[in-house]
Design a protein around this ligand. Sequence first.
Ligand SMILES: Nc1ncnc2c1ncn2[C@@H]1O[C@H](COP(=O)(O)OP(=O)(O)OP(=O)(O)O)[C@@H](O)[C@H]1O
Length: 817
Amino acid sequence: MDSSKSHNLFEVYLRLRPPPPGAAASERILSVERPDERGSRASYITLNPPTDRRRAIEKFAFTQVFEEDATQLDVFHCADILPLVEGVLAPHGNEGTDAVVATLGVTGSGKTHTILGSRSQRGLTQLALDVLFRSIGPNMLDAMDLPLVLESLQSCDSSEALLASAPYYLESVFADPTQASRAASRATTPMIVRALSYVKLTTTPEMPPAQHIPCTFPDSPLHSPKSVRLVSATHAALRLKKHACNNATPKRASHKSFMSLTAVTRGKKNAKQCLKGEHSVMSPPPPRRHLQRPSTFPQMPDVAGINVSCDPSAEYVVVISMYEVHNDRIYDLLNPPSKTAASKDHHRRRPLLFKSTELSPDRKVVAGLRKVVCSSFKDAILVLEAGLQERRVAGTGSNSVSSRSHGFFCFEVKKRTRSRRVGPWTGSKLTIVDLAGSERARDAKTQGATLVEAGKINESLMYLGQCLQTQSEVGNSSKVSTVALSAEAQLTAQPNIVPYRQCKLTELLFSNSFPSSSSTNHPHAAHRNPQKGVMIVTADPLGDFNATSQILRYSALAREVTVPRIPSITATILANAPQSNTRPVSPVQHHPRPFLPPGSGSYRNHTPLSSDGRATMEIAALEIARLSDEMDQLRVEVEHQTEARMEAEAHLLSMEDRMLDLEAAIRDECATEFENRLAMELSRFKASMAVEQERSEEHWDRKVDVLERGLDAADNIHNKENVLVEDLEEEVERLRRENGVLKRELAGRSPSKRKPLEERDDFVSTSPKPEGVANLGRRLERMRVSNDSPRTTSNGSPKKVRKLAAKRWEDVDDLMQ
Ligand SMILES: Nc1ncnc2c1ncn2[C@@H]1O[C@H](COP(=O)(O)OP(=O)(O)OP(=O)(O)O)[C@@H](O)[C@H]1O
């Protein structure tokens, strides 16, 4: 079994996690084989089945095994992450090499700890980023120039991405830094710090030795950035760039509103966009999220002074994108979920496609991601933190912060030559992958959606296992093959063999591992080196035997199985027989050998059996041995069946999940359709209501007109009547007075002496003269006529008017009497 570095698609390392503090001592399921030669690294482990299980002892080979005391920096150095970083930087002016670093293991075995670290320790991601930015050093593009290069970066991006500059993105994502809090997304882990003999700290002449503690922000007060707005400095500088930006922003940037904007407003708009660092045509602003901006990050291990070479004639930027594979779908971590049409409270994330694009005909890419362009380590770490906040994690029975998706963190290093005429952007990508862990529902105590997730995770890991197994089989067989294939020929042969197209995870991990065969079909497609891969398998030596052995079987570069010779009952019998009678056993032979029941002590204490009895016993013993062998085979068969059942269950769960997804999508579609129809009907109803209302308003206007005219006429008549009534009342009053005088006179004189009133001197008439009575008669006649038709007035009902008229007639009757 040779585990030396090979032409495998992935170098596979094994890392053993230390026991959690205060964990009860339990039996180790594996042991690390010490190398014979001094100084060479351990690369084999032996998996020991628990004593109650009669299983084969398996030995696995890895590129290297990191034992429990290995630090993050040990893993960083020994897993050869530095050469990968250098390959991405392409120091010799060539194309560069993509790299993938991934972790694989049972849940809770330390994958996330290795990749992302904890609150006190940095993971491989932060270490790789730190070295990357340190190595680029002064060749990094100035932060103030980021908005100016967005357009050119966008135009050469093959994944139809939406680009934003880091300051703008971070401002939209994080809340006011005055409410800064510590990063809370990682678990606390005790830190192991050891002196490293193999770490060669280098400082290049052009790079000053680091003055500050790595991972603190140099431009903010150490440990107390609460009063500092981290983006403000950049923005102030950007403001100075406003004018230059106005001139430099390509005309296409204002294309959309060209018709509606004057030259002045267009200029203002461009300047605003420049300040924001936002590409106006293709990149809509990221929705505001207001996460808590972390103030400090872990600072250890320290990689100050460690750097690799970069291309001195080039200028660089680092473009970050992050996505996760959840239930076999790809979701952007830097683009938060948007509200659905069906429910404004429900946030739905749009899955992205992994496909070939116009600029990438020979390779598939995740299309439509949001990418953030960074020029400083500080910004890159904040972008990483923002993406991690979107990642799906859940507490399970096996791990309190368990990753429920496979997280992909991509760092594209873009570079272009720095001469008078700047060249086009080229670049390579470092992808760091934190895989979700395989788990058993029984141990993890998952249910509902988390159980479905677990089914999907297990299924994708099973496919990944198949790919890794195939690669190691291909690698091993090619080693012993008499027909020597060139390394390249082996690799080109592999796409057809490695079954990586079965799920999104394996497609994403493996599809860039092969030389682009279709570059011949696409003469303009750039030739790309196959990516380099590092897989760090994590295992808990005190963990579950079955789960760990399954992962190791999938991932090891080589495996050696030793089936222990289980002593059969016959052998036991013979071993207990006296030496003089021992003979080789054959099923067809009868052995003149005394049978000693196990544990029966010495031969002398037993009475020898007859030869017939002995033969029967031996036949029985052979039968028992045969049966026990059969049982062994059956046990192996049961194990296979159990595995197949688990896979089928996982498949079933994934199908259920797909159905749920489909149902949700159909529901969404129906809801959207319903909403559209409802909106249409509503607008139609509103339009007809408006017409109807207009019509009825017109109708009522006409009626009111008629009424008003009628009321005016009635008012006139009423006024005339009032005058008449007043006259009459006066007349009645006068007549009453006259009547009173006459009555008094009549009472005082005899009838013969009476003079007519008109002839008397003491009667002063205020009435109209003789024709007054005739007038009065005429007036009364008129009143009768007008009272014949009752009328409504503006201030009285017909009833009231009739009452008044009746009263007047009474008065007149009184008068006439
Ligand atoms: N090498 C290590 N040193 C110290 N602590 C560790 C180490 N590896 C893992 N741990 C601790 O073990 C716990 C579980 O680790 P981690 O979350 O990384 O597991 P995981 O494999 O990513 O699990 P999952 O697949 O469920 O996400 C954490 O508290 C972590 O800090």
